[in-house]
Design a protein around this ligand. Structure first.
Ligand code: OSB
Ligand code: MG
Length: 362
């Protein structure tokens, strides 16, 4: 069992209302059992801008608490592995790292793909792209044009106060029929309800996480007031959050990210609850390398993921991904890898040579 950190640089900085990400420290976990390996990626960012977790906190929680407890456990049993983390409150991204590597290993030990192991039924998943803020409207428009040409099923743009109406108006004018989403990463407050109502004019399919994470009451009031569907991202961490959002009518859509909710089992449970309540669910992204991307594709192959995910091609973020083959998009779809486990080969030599930290547990 080894935890490694590699410092990757995005092919271009990614800006949202919560800051700019240029460098992406990526923490990878490698589990081994019976000659097989399982891989996962911790999705925490370098800074606590999305949630409180960071690569630093995840590294500490994993190396000091969770991984020592995993020694001696059956690492191909995803349903029970998180017993090693039962004394850890929160830190879902750290927990998910262990659980997700375990799923890969479990699927490999059965000789089946992770998608099948998770109950996925699709052989390709519909994908969209998340576009960061740009310094000019023309640059943003050109970037969106390129992604439309690449075939992405929909485009999500980042917005925030002062970078909303004119951005969306310009895009709508240039792309009248584009399926357009907007993600505010919690940049607004309830006081901005009138401004958010003005965004109804742009025919967005949804607006993601406009208000503070977890303010389900404010979300319900806002959803009553605006026509655009609200999609929750940061707000949904537990199954209880999802049930509360449904009960209060806080949103109509949820962006589900396995790292944010503590793993793939939690993702399946939350998705099933949301789908049966009639909400739409899609798989989000965290600027992952091919390892995390592979887990997302497998999860999104489940029928309940009924809208295109933030699962873009490897080359949208990386000059050179750490898996082969790299993920590609064609006609707005991405093929679910067919091989065992995550179905792509992890470039171990490159990871070892890039690693700035490594912790081994045996
Ligand atoms: O809010 O969905 C988000 C990236 C990092 C942190 C949060 C978010 C995002 C994205 C990009 O929007 C998703 C991706 O393409 O990986
Ligand atoms: Mg988001």
């Amino acid at each position: 069992m080894a935890l490694l950190e590699i410092p990757l640089t995005l092919s271009e900085p990614f800006e949202s209302s919560s800051g700019v990400v240029s460098h992406r420290p990526i923490v990878l976990l490698n589990l081994e059992a019976d000659g097989l390996e399982g891989w996962s990626e911790c999705v925490a960012l370098g800074a606590p801008t999305y949630t409180y977790e960071t690569t630093y906190t995840a590294w500490r929680v994993l190396t000091e608490i969770i991984l020592p407890g995993v020694i001696g456990m059956d690492v191909s049993e995803p349903a029970s592995i998180l017993r090693a983390a039962r004394d850890v409150r929160g830190h879902e991204m750290a927990k998910a790292t262990v659980e997700m590597a375990c799923w890969d290993l479990a699927a490999r030990s059965e000789g089946i793909g992770l998608a099948e192991k998770l109950g996925g039924t699709k052989s390709t998943v519909q994908v969209g792209v998340s576009v960061g803020m740009m310094s000019s409207l023309a640059e943003l428009g050109d970037r969106v044009a390129r992604y439309v040409e690449d075939g992405y099923k929909r485009v999500k743009v980042k917005i925030g106060p002062g970078r909303d109406i004119e951005v969306l108006a310009a895009l709508r004018e240039r792309f009248p029929d584009l399926v357009l989403w907007a993600d505010a990463n919690s940049a607004y407050s309830s006081q901005d309800a009138a401004r958010l109502k003005e965004l109804d004019a742009f025919g967005l399919q949804m607006i993601e996480e406009p208000l503070a994470p977890g303010d389900f009451l404010a979300y319900a009031r806002l959803q009553d007031r605006i026509e655009t569907a609200i999609c929750l991202d940061e707000s949904i961490v537990t199954e209880a959050d999802a049930l509360l959002a449904v009960e209060l009518g806080s949103c109509r859509v949820v962006n589900l990210k396995p790292g944010r909710v503590g793993g793939l089992e939690a993702s399946r449970r939350i998705q099933a609850q949301l789908s049966s309540a009639g909400l739409s669910v899609w798989c989000g992204g965290m600027l992952e390398s091919g390892v995390g991307r592979a887990h997302n594709v497998a999860l999104a192959s489940r029928a309940g993921f009924d809208l295109p995910g933030d699962i873009s091609a490897s080359r949208r973020y990386w000059e050179c991904d750490i898996v082969t083959p790299e993920f590609e998009v064609s006609g707005g779809e991405m093929a679910v890898p067919a091989g065992p486990g995550i179905g792509v080969e992890v470039d171990v030599d490159r990871i070892e040579s890039l690693a700035v930290r490594k912790a081994e547990f045996n």
